[in-house]
Design a protein around this ligand. Structure first.
Ligand SMILES: Cc1ncc(COP(=O)(O)O)c(C=O)c1O
Length: 404
């Protein structure tokens, strides 16, 4: 598509050219999250944003548009969510997808056969599977694992042209923290894009675009949603350089989020700062409890002053989140904890109001080869806890009885 036809399409589809970044700059993050971007396409005065459950939109007459044409390419409720996310993340444009994996897959389509992408050596297992089993095996893109916490290792991995760095920070589940600003410098020196998966901390605690990243991706299913009731993903674009290419894929493939789920997400975002602050407060108490428990041999929480990347977290984020991984003293003990927790639910996923516990070696990282998993320290004794919003004392009592 040449520039003129893109402009024509963009002007037909409202908001494609990005948000007005000055619009709510007088307000704090908390206020912006509650009020959203705030486009009001109807005159009813509804305080809750309407759900436009429509697959298609009528044209007033030939060559005229309401700003919406066909639901796969744009919907008012979805657009309000996208604009709210772009505003909160400090990007120009956000696109809402039907899952985090759909968002990541859309970004990887920026690359072609023979391109090399450096990727975190400790990635969410589903992302690892998508990269290796789909895009490497079938489409010839190379995904080169690297420990992004080690800047010298990153430099050494940059042999030959590099198309992008794909960084999770903190990583899932080993909680390694990477220096986003330093990685942006290294990536840009290679003419590579810096892509950050911001799922664990969200834009409330960490703003990769402000630190130099080019793209942010999300599993919106997690903290952004926060209620364990919606699967969703986002791509946030810093400037207009990549907008056309990403939007073309988004619109052509049809992975957009539906209007009802977009409405659920708009509702969720209103409480994002409140939820994250409360979850972090509980996580700190639980971390302190786990660190003193005789049957727990290692605790990984980025808000723990003993975490090796604690100083870096303090420098680049405004909070630590509520994800804790911990090793118990035996595989049998790990199984026992999964069986005995009564309040904490044994289930995949994270970030919601309900605390969840998972067994990464078998669940989220079951598709990562054992040798690679063990080399990362992801043992068969590791459990991952997503601390929710229940009372901290109740959660600690549940862990206490499950661990002994
Ligand atoms: C860090 C991270 N990124 C991406 C994903 C994929 O997101 P989704 O499950 O919404 O497709 C997950 C899922 O657990 C994740 O933890």
């Amino acid at each position: 598509m040449d520039d003129s036809s893109f402009e024509a399409m963009a002007s037909e589809i409202e908001g494609l050219l990005g948000i007005d970044r000055t619009r709510h700059e007088r307000y704090s993050f908390v206020t912006r999250a509650v009020r959203g971007y705030g486009d009001r396409p109807d005159a009813t005065g509804a305080v809750s944003y309407p759900i436009y459950q429509s697959a298609t939109f009528a044209h007033p007459r030939l060559h005229e548009s309401t700003g919406f044409a066909y639901g796969r390419c744009g919907n008012p409720t979805v657009l309000e969510l996208e604009n709210t996310i772009a505003m909160l993340e400090g990007g120009l444009k956000a696109l809402a997808f039907c899952s985090g994996m759909a968002a990541i897959s859309c970004i990887i389509k920026l690359f072609k056969q023979g391109d090399v992408v450096l990727v975190s050596d400790d990635l969410y297992g589903g992302t690892h599977r998508l990269f290796q089993d789909v895009y490497a095996a079938r489409y010839g893109i190379e995904f080169r694992p690297v420990d992004f916490t080690d800047l010298e290792a990153v430099e050494s991995a940059c042999s030959g042209p590099i198309a992008a760095f794909f960084v999770e920070t903190p990583t899932n589940p080993m909680m390694k923290v990477s220096d986003i600003a330093a990685l942006a410098e290294l990536a840009h020196a290679q003419d590579a894009l810096l892509i950050v998966d911001n799922t664990f901390l969200t834009c409330y605690f960490q703003r990769p675009l402000d630190l130099g990243a080019d793209l942010v991706v999300y599993s919106g299913t997690k903290y952004l949603c926060g209620h364990n009731d919606c699967i969703c993903g986002f791509v946030v674009i810093r400037d207009d350089k990549l907008l056309e290419r990403v939007f073309m894929d988004y619109m052509s493939e049809g992975d957009a989020l539906g209007p009802f789920d977009a409405w659920l997400m708009l509702r969720s975002l209103k409480t994002l700062p409140l939820r994250l602050d409360a979850q972090e407060e509980r996580a700190k108490k639980i971390c302190a409890f786990l660190k003193t428990h005789p049957n727990v041999t290692r605790v990984l929480y980025v808000g723990d002053p003993d975490h090796p990347d604690y100083e870096l977290s303090c420098k680049q984020t405004t909070g630590f989140g509520a994800m804790i991984s911990f090793d118990v003293d035996s595989v049998e003990r790990a199984e026992q904890v999964l069986e005995k927790t009564k309040l904490i639910t044994f289930a995949e996923s994270l970030g919601g109001a309900e605390s969840l516990i998972t067994y990464p070696a078998v669940q989220t990282h079951g598709s990562v080869p054992e040798e690679k998993r063990l080399a990362l320290g992801l043992t068969d004794k590791l459990l991952r806890l997503s601390v929710g919003l229940e009372d901290a004392d109740d959660l600690i009592a549940d862990l206490e009885q499950a661990l002994s």
